[in-house]
Design a protein around this ligand. Structure first.
Ligand SMILES: Cc1ncc(COP(=O)(O)O)c(C=O)c1O
Length: 371
């Protein structure tokens, strides 16, 4: 293995995709693969999602949409994050659906005059999206244009909080907007608002399509719940050094930690340049052969130190140390320890991390070739 790997289990991606697809049918499934597939590799996961039941793909930026288009995926692609001074015509002409989230974005697509668009409305998230007072004017302008308006989209602010009434309010406003659009002459065949937590908890939010991201990668989107998703990413490093440490000896920059007794430490080659935040100090537990070991002292640019206890606990250089993922802390556990969310954890591995894909039937194929 490489010194530092993000192992991506494509079987898990396939299983999660199929699970969500079965859950939402007959609604369509748009798989969100923005941010390079939540850092799992967009072209690779998209191929697997396509085979496992995806109907469309969603990304944020034009660059992401064009790259995915060029990677050869067959399914429709939509993107929603852009500035009106960008070349929207190029994206529309590539057959990519573009979400319009403001008056100036609407003006830009009207000026181009052809292609597929989705109107992104603000139902309470108060991020991008057209506010209610402007809906009528914009819907009319789109209805009388040659553009194909495939539907409305919006985004939930609090769907992961099952007690929040915000989701009910957003659904009611979304329904109202669909009615208004249809009364103004828009057909709106495919409307969508549901992210992962809504897919798992709000069938009344499915409309004609859903737009999950994090659940496809096997991370639980509703804290404290377990929807049986299969984590797809495991961040693993190879132990470089195992050595003794004497009681009271300090470790790493600033000598912020001292060994409580004689024992052993191991060096794990991951640091803040690879996406393990320096502020993670003292909150991480690394797993080796199923045993958990505390990270101690400062997180360096390339390395962390773990305390093995009174002896080396059988740990040897070359052993695999799981930083998060199957066999170690889950992305959700690590997120909780670091005061963040599992989304940020899976987006973290970078720097010297090498991405490696694992897929059962490919392994079979390799084995057969060797045999
Ligand atoms: C517009 C939009 N739709 C859908 C998603 C998917 O959300 P989640 O990963 O929570 O399922 C995102 C991601 O934040 C998004 O920005």
């Amino acid at each position: 293995m490489n010194l530092l790997e993000a192992r991506i289990n494509l079987d898990a991606i396939a299983a999660n995709t199929a699970k969500l697809k079965a859950k939402v049918a007959p609604a369509q499934l748009m798989c969100v693969v923005k941010a390079d597939g939540y850092n799992h590799g967009a072209p690779e996961v998209a191929k697997v999602m396509q085979a496992a039941g995806a109907d469309q793909f969603g990304v944020a930026t034009f660059a992401e949409a064009l790259a995915l288009h060029q990677s050869g995926v067959q399914l429709p692609i939509m993107c929603w994050l852009w500035s009106p001074d960008q070349n929207v015509g190029e994206v529309l002409d590539a057959g990519i659906t573009v979400a319009v989230a403001s008056k100036s974005q609407v003006d830009a697509v009207l000026a181009h005059g052809r292609g597929k668009v989705v109107l992104k409305i603000d139902t309470g998230m108060h991020r991008s999206g057209v506010l209610q007072p402007q809906w009528g004017e914009i819907m009319q302008a789109l209805a009388s244009s040659p553009l194909e308006v495939t539907g409305l989209m919006s985004h939930f602010a609090c769907a992961d909080d099952l007690k929040s009434s915000a989701t009910d309010e957003q659904i009611a406003l979304f329904e109202q907007a669909i009615q208004q659009g249809r009364s103004l002459g828009l057909e709106l065949p495919c409307n969508h608002i549901a992210n992962s937590p809504a897919v798992l908890s709000r069938p009344d939010a499915y409309f004609q399509m859903v737009r999950p991201g994090i659940a496809l990668y096997g991370c639980e989107p509703i804290q404290g719940h377990d929807h049986g998703l299969k984590p797809a990413m495991q961040w693993v490093a190879k132990v470089t050094v195992v050595k003794e440490i004497a009681a009271g000896d300090p470790v790493s920059y600033g000598h912020t930690w001292r060994a409580p007794h004689d024992g052993a430490i191991a060096i794990v080659p991951v640091g803040y340049a690879d996406g393990l935040a320096r502020a993670a100090q003292g909150h991480v537990e690394v797993s080796i052969a199923g045993k958990r070991f505390k990270q101690v002292g400062r997180v360096c640019m390339d390395q962390i130190v773990i305390f093995l206890g009174a002896d080396d606990a059988g740990v040897q250089p070359g052993d695999e140390a799981v930083i998060f993922g199957p066999g170690g802390m889950s992305a959700s556990d690590l997120a909780e320890a670091l005061g963040t969310i599992n989304y940020e954890i899976v987006c973290s591995p970078k720097g010297r991390t090498r991405r490696v894909y694992e897929q059962t039937h490919h392994q079979h194929a390799e084995n057969q070739e060797q045999a």
